[in-house]
Design a protein around this ligand. Structure first.
Ligand SMILES: [Cu+2]
Length: 284
């Protein structure tokens, strides 16, 4: 590198100085990212899946921190120490190929990318799809009892069907706290997407497809449900508030719904993984 040299001043060892700067700032910044920033990362701790996303986001950010610092510190370092002398228009030395730099570059970037790919795969499998739709046949299914809840999207509202409670279809979503829920997301018209951000769930709602996502809420709360796939003129209006309540409160609520919607349940088609599009089945 063409550095500004002063006669009699020996050129400092830039590589060593830069590496020291980078290592020290990485050692300071990475724990700050993990312990200070990590807990406040989205989407919070509304469910086991949401907490899993926070862990994943923290890991990604922690791995990206030294990379970001490498680029930023080098930029600052170079603009301070590798400046052209005033008035001079000099070319830097022609550096062509340095096997150590090239090897380090290939090895480090490969290790980073491949370890992230491995981490992502393991986490997706361990977390049963991590709150995302895994299609009709999820690769992994959580052990233990699960409450099946069908999410039916249509222009421009979601309704929810509880097959283990007589197939009642409700206009709002309530879930019992601390129970594994098996969401069956489908649509009866165009493509929508069921997004319960605080619960860490986002699953495409496609007509004719039974898209399964698992979620286990970890505390009582209210959460927003949104459609996250542009689905027509009232797409932006396709939101609602859902609730996670105690198992006892859920039982009370669902029995109320069964009574309230009994006349509607009678005329609904029987519970099915998917439904034919409108006008065969279109709820009001
Ligand atoms: Cu939409």
């Amino acid at each position: 590198m063409a550095a500004e040299t002063h006669p009699g001043t020996p050129e400092p060892n830039h590589a060593r100085r830069f590496t020291a700067l980078w290592v020290i700032s990485s050692l300071i910044a990475t724990p700050l990212v993990i312990f200070l920033l990590g807990p406040s990362l989205p989407p919070g701790n509304g469910s086991e899946q949401a907490s899993g996303h926070v862990t994943d986001n923290t890991v990604l950010l922690a791995m990206a921190t030294p990379v970001l610092l490498l680029v930023v510190i080098y930029l600052i370092y170079a603009s301070i120490f590798f400046r052209q002398p005033k008035g001079g228009v000099l070319e830097g030395p022609a550096v062509r190929g340095d096997s150590r730099v090239q090897t380090a570059w290939v090895v480090i970037t490969s290790v980073l990318v491949l370890s992230l790919a491995a981490y992502g795969t393991v986490r997706l499998l361990a977390d049963n799809g991590a709150g995302s739709g895994s299609g009709p046949k999820p690769l992994t299914v959580p052990k233990g009892p699960k409450l099946p809840v069908q999410v039916i999207a249509q222009q421009w509202a979601f309704t929810y069907r509880y097959p283990t409670y007589g197939g009642v279809e409700t206009t709002h979503l309530e879930l019992p706290d601390n129970e594994m829920v098996e969401l069956h997301v489908t649509s009866i018209d165009v493509i929508h997407s069921f997004w319960a951000y605080k619960l860490g769930v986002k699953a495409d709602a496609n007509p004719g497809v039974d898209n399964i996502a698992f979620v286990k809420p970890t505390h009582e709360q209210s959460f927003e449900v949104r459609c996250s796939e542009l689905c027509g003129i009232w797409h932006g209006y396709m939101f609602d508030k859902g609730h996670v309540v105690s198992p006892a409160a859920f039982e009370t609520w669902i029995h109320e719904q069964q009574t309230k919607f009994a006349p509607a349940t009678k005329v609904l088609p029987p519970y099915s993984k998917t439904y034919s599009p409108e006008p065969t089945r279109r709820a009001e």
